[in-house]
Design a protein around this ligand. Structure first.
Ligand code: TNX
Length: 512
């Protein structure tokens, strides 16, 4: 080889060798996001001068108890920046267990020049700190878009904890079925807004969606139907456990519901003996409800319920089982009371706490039963008088299956139209005279699925109303107001788009 060629190659090799180093010193800097628009709004946020830099120099340390959370953040940063945090850096991200933070979902974030410090008394709190932190990073972070770059974050202090311990979405998988993957996707979306309960409406007139091994026809037959006979199916118990584990990693508890004694045609069409006349009903594909009832005076009915609740309790890690109880219009009033009392007893027997729709306030509930308010204020008031805790799901505010306005194609209108402002702009303490903060366990937005069959359609009704519901459930009343919220929501367009959420571009919001 010619001498000059050797020289060229040598120089090239030397140049290549120094390439990463010269690059490191000129890492492109991504400025802090232009607007801090965290939803749900934190209890306390103090913005400071100066920035914190995340790049390959940044170290990460954590107390062992919070290692699960530290790993979640590591993974997130790895995905966005191809960055394996962990070196001895010039600055650091630290996770510290702080038992002075009394609320297990609470957290603190302190960011100064040297340290991005996350404190919590549990992984739930640390998880929510990370969700907040994600909203301080660029929205398109997850896509490897920031490889070999330095991300700048504003120095700040955040102190935060939820107002209510129960912050939920209900998904009706009975009218139309949603697959395990679709439910997991839904869980991903909920976690972004610090929702911690996913209530699955697992049975109704139009379909039965959970495997019960001792009553196999429920799924062999009862799972095939749906509204308009469009999208049936069911979860095996293993599927259910898989969903639950996935949810649990995101600090979300699954609340299973078996609706009874009404809303039971799928069961009544699967087993003749559950009917008073011992004749199976026909599968049901229409939307109108209130016609079906389990046979309240038969022993076999309670054997059935005991088996269903036992099998469900065995696979459910959360403490609640929802027994429905709504719109049992074809069950006599006395029978209804008798039935719900027994059904509640069966739930207690299997070491779970019963939840029911607000009609169950008219049975012999005490302070240990949870009542979910959806329509009748007198039921909620009665429940509060009996000392029961209440989940607020006002249909004229946060029923996500209500249309936004007249021009929305999907959705129903029986409770009115719930636009983005209606869903956000209401106050827990003014909702029902006689039901106050201390009576309220939390807030849940129901997503009934009569008019939706796909994830896209679901997302369209859920977003952007869900972030508002999440803020009502999480944030302090004094920090909430519509004008400020709607400005913040405008910036969440970026998150919706990078998460590929098919959100409704409400004309009430100035989308960024
Ligand atoms: C009422 S709310 C129902 C559901 C329907 C919903 C449709 C409640 C407890 N029952 O069966 O799906 O309206 O909006």
């Amino acid at each position: 080889m010619q001498y000059s060629k050797i020289l060229t190659y040598t120089l090239l090799a030397i140049w290549l060798l120094f390439q990463p180093f010269s690059k490191a010193s000129t890492l492109q800097e991504i400025p802090p996001i232009t607007s801090i628009s965290i939803i749900p709004i934190p209890n306390k946020l103090i913005l400071k001068d100066g920035i914190f830099k995340i790049n390959s120099e940044t170290a990460i340390t954590f107390d062992n108890e919070l290692s699960a959370s530290a790993n979640i953040l590591k993974k997130y940063l790895y995905k966005g920046m191809d960055l394996n945090l962990g070196g001895k850096g010039s600055n650091s991200i630290e996770f510290t267990l702080n038992n002075n933070i009394k609320n297990y979902e609470g957290y603190k974030i302190t960011i100064n020049k040297q340290k991005l410090h996350i404190e919590a008394s549990s992984n739930s709190g640390a998880f929510y700190a990370i969700e907040t932190l994600k909203q301080l990073l660029p929205a398109d972070f997850k896509h490897g878009n920031y490889r070999n770059k330095t991300i700048l974050i504003n120095q700040l202090e955040i102190e935060d904890e939820p107002r209510f311990e129960y912050r939920g979405l209900m998904l009706d998988v009975a009218r139309h079925f949603f697959t395990v993957d679709e439910v997991k996707h839904t869980i991903d979306l909920l976690a972004r807004y610090k929702i911690n309960k996913l209530h699955l409406h697992l049975s109704d007139d139009q379909g039965w969606r959970i495997e019960i091994k001792s009553w196999p026809n429920l799924t062999d037959f009862g799972s095939k139907s749906s509204v308009k006979n469009e999208k049936g199916g069911f979860y095996t118990q293993l599927d259910y456990i898989e969903i639950q584990e996935y949810a649990s990693a995101k600090h979300i508890t699954i609340i299973p519901e078996i609706d009874m004694p009404g809303h039971t045609n799928a069961a009544l069409s699967s087993y003749a003996e559950l009917n008073c006349n011992n004749i199976k009903t026909e599968p049901y594909y229409a939307m109108k409800v209130g016609f079906s009832s389990l046979c309240v005076n038969k022993d076999i009915t309670y054997k059935f319920i005991d088996d269903v609740i036992r099998e469900l309790s065995d696979i459910t890690t959360g403490k609640y089982i929802h027994i429905g109880g709504d719109e049992s219009n074809s069950t006599k009033r006395n029978d209804f009371v008798k039935f719900i009392n027994r059904a509640r007893g069966i739930v207690y027997k299997h070491d779970k706490i019963p939840i029911g729709w607000d009609e169950i306030a008219n049975t012999d509930i005490d302070s240990t039963t949870i009542v979910q308010y959806w329509g009748k204020k007198e039921n909620a008031i009665l429940a509060a008088k009996k000392g029961a805790k209440i989940i607020l799901s006002p249909s004229d505010k946060i029923y996500l299956d209500m249309k936004y306005n007249k021009s929305t194609k999907l959705g129903l209108t029986w409770a009115g139209q719930n636009n983005v402002e209606d869903a956000y702009n209401w106050r827990v303490n003014n909702l029902i005279k006689g039901v106050d903060e201390q009576d309220v366990l939390g807030i849940e937005a129901p997503m009934w699925s009569e008019t939706i069959t796909t994830l896209d359609e679901m997302e369209y009704l859920v977003f952007p109303r869900l972030p508002g519901v999440a803020e009502i459930a999480w944030s302090k009343e004094k920090n909430r107001n519509w004008k400020n919220y709607k400005k913040r929501l405008g910036y969440h367009k970026l998150i919706f788009e990078y998460m590929n959420i098919n959100y409704y571009k409400s004309e009430l919001i100035d989308w960024k």
